[in-house]
Design a protein around this ligand. Structure first.
Ligand code: GCU
Length: 495
């Protein structure tokens, strides 16, 4: 009875979440010209132990390597040759993802700025940084940009943006922050990757994430506040937030800019709290994902471009396909995933399954159609949704069998019926919880709102009052039950 969820249409509440965007790049430190230093001196004065990457050994485009002004480190520097678009590009390896200080050492013997753009893995880290005069071509100064590096190889490029070219560039010093000592789920686990049938952390160890899905943002973004997210992260101890963005039913298609910005903002807020975030393309009606393929390409291109350097995302590309065959869902996934991968090579992608993500069971099929004909892409998982008041042994059996052959992620479930309402069946729900724990199947529960239905965790009026959010006080029975199951200690192996 997944179609019972058409009830959502009758709701028209639209809230206003402050969409203040938290930038992942910290402000740039001011340029401080330094006094000339002798050739072959050690790395420039800095309060940290940076690794120096010389410009003369990097990839140089439309510039020339020279050594005719003193004070450089290494064997020379790059003269940008008075050409707009000339650049120096370094490849920097990072042992783990994290924040880094990128310090460029340069000289500008003129009195005019020599602006350059700095990009990290194609994403702008500083636009038109000034690189003002340093007094002489032999007077070297530094300027620092803070950016997020990913684990492994990073491409860092400094490109001249005006016809005078860049300054002379001596080197790039990179100081990668040590592994965070913090204990948020993202600090511990880092970038996730599908390994075999499991979701693995940065140490290659299988983990299970547990958390909550928002309700449709077009109706309930007033339940996604700094207070409610603080409660989710620190009172519920959730590992993951699913950001449920409907396409139809007054969702994305009515105002792509507004909804994309809302998702950007919630991603930043989840990131700031050390939680993973599932970007849920909540297609539902029509049930053929191809109907929204062009929209999905536009949306996920921007999401992937903006957040490619983050290590805490998962992209759910089709919430609940229905009325379509598995091969049709597979073809949708195989058209969309390469578009995402152009901009973001390493974020796991979650693919919906036939008949409201029931692995086909709601249509009388089962997981074998996927096992025999999987999506042709790597680093993907398949989704399964269940409602314990409606879905019994057939569904439990399909999930259990599937998890032995396919990477599975339960991005949505409820303890009540498939309408998200009605009596809770906690005994049946516990069977799923136990199965998911034993097979390390990650999950997010529907839903973190104060909708009147039994599956919305907060009592009616909680969001309009803006809390209180913590403890069992504001929760309905399903909320008390699922909070207890999210709060239990995580098992996140690091070795
Ligand atoms: C001078 C200077 C070069 C510098 C160039 C410039 O020619 O000697 O080192 O690159 O000016 O204008 O960029």
């Amino acid at each position: 009875m997944r179609s019972a969820r058409f009830w959502l249409r009758s709701l028209g509440r639209v809230g206003t979440l402050g969409a203040a965007l938290l930038l992942s790049l910290t402000p740039i430190t001011p340029t401080t010209p330094t006094t000339p230093i002798a050739p072959a001196a050690a790395a420039p004065a800095a309060a940290y132990a940076a690794v120096t990457h010389e410009a003369e050994t990097a990839l140089v485009s439309q510039g020339v390597v020279e050594a005719n002004h003193t004070g450089f480190t290494g064997s020379g520097f790059v003269n940008y040759n008075n050409t707009s678009g000339s650049y120096v590009q370094w490849t920097v390896n990072a042992a783990q993802a994290g924040s880094a200080s990128l310090t460029l050492r340069y000289a500008n013997g003129t009195t005019a700025n020599r602006p350059m753009d700095l990009t990290v893995n194609g994403v702008t880290a500083a636009a038109s940084r000034a690189f003002p005069g340093t007094g002489a071509w032999s007077s070297w100064a530094t300027t620092t940009v803070t950016a997020t590096l990913r684990a492994g190889a990073n491409t860092i490029r400094a490109t001249a943006t005006t016809a005078t070219g860049g300054p002379n560039v001596d080197h790039l010093a990179v100081d990668i922050a040590p592994a965070p000592a913090g204990d948020t789920p993202v600090e511990i686990n880092g970038q996730l990757k599908v390994c075999g049938t499991k979701l693995c952390n940065q140490y290659g160890k299988p983990i299970q994430l547990r958390g909550m899905s928002t309700h449709g943002l077009q109706w309930y973004n007033q339940c996604v506040t700094s207070g409610s997210l603080d409660a989710l992260a620190t009172d519920w101890n959730a590992d993951v937030l699913r950001i449920s963005m409907y396409i139809q039913e007054d969702g994305y298609e009515t105002n792509p800019r507004r909804f994309t910005d809302l998702v950007h903002s919630i991603i930043e807020q989840a990131t700031a709290r050390g939680m993973y975030a599932i970007v849920d393309w909540h297609m539902l009606s029509p049930g053929d994902p191809h109907y929204n393929l062009a929209r999905a390409k536009t949306f996920f291109t921007e999401i992937a471009q903006r957040h490619a350097n983050k290590n805490n995302l998962l992209y759910e590309i089709a919430n609940e396909p229905n009325g379509v065959s598995w091969p049709s869902i597979k073809s949708y996934a195989e058209q969309l995933i390469p578009v995402i991968r152009q901009h973001d090579a390493d974020t796991p992608v979650l693919v919906g399954t036939r008949a409201w993500s029931s692995l086909g069971v709601s249509d009388g099929a089962n997981e074998t159609e996927i096992v025999n004909n999987p999506v042709n892409a790597s680093n993907i998982m398949y989704t399964f949704h269940f409602y314990a008041g409606s879905h019994g042994a057939d569904y439990l059996g399909a999930l259990s069998r599937a998890a032995d052959k396919l990477p599975m992620f339960v991005t949505e479930f409820g303890t009540q019926t498939a309408s998200g309402d009605g009596a809770n069946n906690f005994a049946r729900a516990q069977q799923y919880i136990d199965l998911m724990a034993s097979k390390k199947i990650s999950w997010s529960n529907w839903n973190y709102s104060d909708d009147f239905r039994s599956g919305a965790v907060f009592t009616d009026g909680t969001c309009a009052r803006n809390g209180p959010w913590t403890g069992a006080g504001p929760l309905k029975p399903a909320g008390v039950w699922v909070r207890d199951r999210i709060r239990t200690p995580d098992d996140f192996p690091t070795s």
